[in-house]
Design a protein around this ligand. Structure first.
Ligand code: SAJ
Length: 406
């Protein structure tokens, strides 16, 4: 049990807000989760979940049953307010992608009337540099009498979808305060459930650190994706090349794929690019390299299809990575949809993790796709696909974007 039980308001009950709210509730805090989605609010209040994440259902059920977690459409007064709302990007000038802070601004305006002296406001959403100061300014504009009396901090979430609950507890946590009091209060709160180190800094450095983590990964995946194009041009196996290079003690190349998806790595680097466009040349190019990969895969299929009249193209996988059901920014989904529009052949899509009502086209069983396809396009390394018997596909044209059907 925490030494000091707080009333905590969590704004946004998605992949970050809901696990965080439930975790705090199971540690004894009184938590009110707020979301604009009425269906989600009702589902959570009945002890169930509206998203897919291993073991989250158990945590939410126990938090709701304990009476410590409630969900609602509007906030109330409390001790700490956590903002865990989306920060997507919007197209600007046709090309540069600018952060869309409208959800952060709306959530801040929604809590402002409920703030009291001594409250802590934590921004967890991945945000461009300066956003915590923007949150503070919105509060002061609406409640000038609270100047110096409400504390703001940025504590970026860093958990990996598929392993959220473990990483919420085990990962080190960066907290960036706009004041010493904000840092002290945030440290006390996160210590109630976080076993990792609590690393203190200012809010701008915390904001940039989070963006840098995801940009580091994006740049490194872009290197692997560029290698896959180079190897294809030179007739060399990219997977073997990377495996061999990685035997050097100071080389650790990531894996190529059909592109980079998800709501984080494909988005966050743009927040750096839009704040420092002249300087962020490598980060921008990496985004462009990764974003161009689906088109390259499509052209590969087109080239292989030329020897057939109306080939059946079996597409394996729709999600943005293996063994999850999440299709946000998924390059695989993009490729399948563009293939369907291309008239290159007849597309049979298959994904054992995706429910048929989640996609606007029919899904087929793996065994049927394996039987009928002339061309087999592997897009996601779901376990079911990595276990395909090579004998079953030896007569097919195989395009394996993840290198698992070797
Ligand atoms: N991918 C590759 N090759 C690789 C690794 C990944 O093509 O070698 C692709 C995946 O297939 C996927 C995309 O990259 O399409 C992103 O997948 P991921 O597993 O690398 O990361 P996410 O988006 O699920 O979660 C990331 C994590 N950030 C880092 O690892 C630095 C996570 O810790 C963050 O909390 C999360 O973003 C977030 O919310 O920002």
């Amino acid at each position: 049990m925490p030494r000091e039980i707080q009333k905590i308001i969590v704004m946004g009950l998605g992949y970050i807000g809901l696990p965080t709210a439930s975790m705090l509730a199971t540690k004894g805090h009184q938590v009110l989760g707020v979301d604009v989605n009425e269906t989600a609010v009702n589902i959570i209040n009945s002890g169930r979940i509206h998203i897919v994440e291993p073991d989250l259902d158990i945590l939410v059920r126990s938090a709701v049953n304990s009476g410590n977690l409630r969900a609602a459409l509007l906030p109330e007064e409390g001790d700490t307010f956590i903002l865990a709302v989306p920060t997507p990007f919007k197209e600007e000038n046709g090309n540069l992608k600018a952060p869309d802070l409208s959800y952060v601004q709306a959530a801040t305006r929604a809590i402002a009337p409920f703030l009291r002296e001594g409250n802590l406001v934590i921004l967890e959403s991945t945000s461009p540099v300066g956003t915590t100061e923007v949150v503070e300014q919105i509060i002061l504009d609406l409640r000038p009498e609270l100047a110096g009396k409400v504390h703001c901090a940025h504590c970026p979430e860093r958990v990996l979808p598929g392993q959220i609950l473990r990483e919420l507890v085990d990962n080190d946590r960066i907290i960036g305060g706009t004041s010493k009091a904000a840092l002290a209060k945030a440290r006390t709160l996160y210590k109630t459930f976080c076993n990792g180190a609590i690393l203190e800094t200012d809010s701008r450095t915390a904001e940039l650190s989070k963006l840098v983590e995801n940009s580091f990964r994006d740049v490194n995946i872009a290197f692997a994706n560029e290698l896959s194009l180079i190897c294809d041009r030179l007739g060399v196996n990219v997977w073997e090349t990377i495996a061999l290079a990685n035997r050097h003690p100071r080389v650790n190349i990531l894996q190529p794929g059909p592109g980079v998806g998800g709501h984080c790595i494909a988005v966050d680097p743009w927040f750096i690019v839009s704040s420092a466009p002249a300087e962020a040349r490598l980060i921008r190019t990496a985004r462009e390299v990764n974003d161009a990969k689906p088109h390259w895969v499509l052209e590969k299929v087109r080239a292989k299809a030329q020897r057939f009249r109306d080939p059946i193209i079996g597409c394996l996988g729709l999600t943005f990575k293996a063994n999850i059901d999440d299709m946000r920014e998924s390059p695989s989904m993009d490729i399948v949809q563009r293939l369907r529009e291309s008239q290159i052949g007849t597309v049979l899509a298959c994904d054992p993790n995706v429910a048929s009502d989640k996609v606007p086209f029919p899904l087929f069983e793996l065994k049927d796709v394996l039987k009928q396809a002339d061309i087999l396009l592997l897009l996601v390394d779901h376990t079911e696909f990595t276990e395909i018997d090579p004998q079953m596909i030896k007569d097919k044209v195989v395009i394996d974007t993840k290198g698992v059907l070797r």
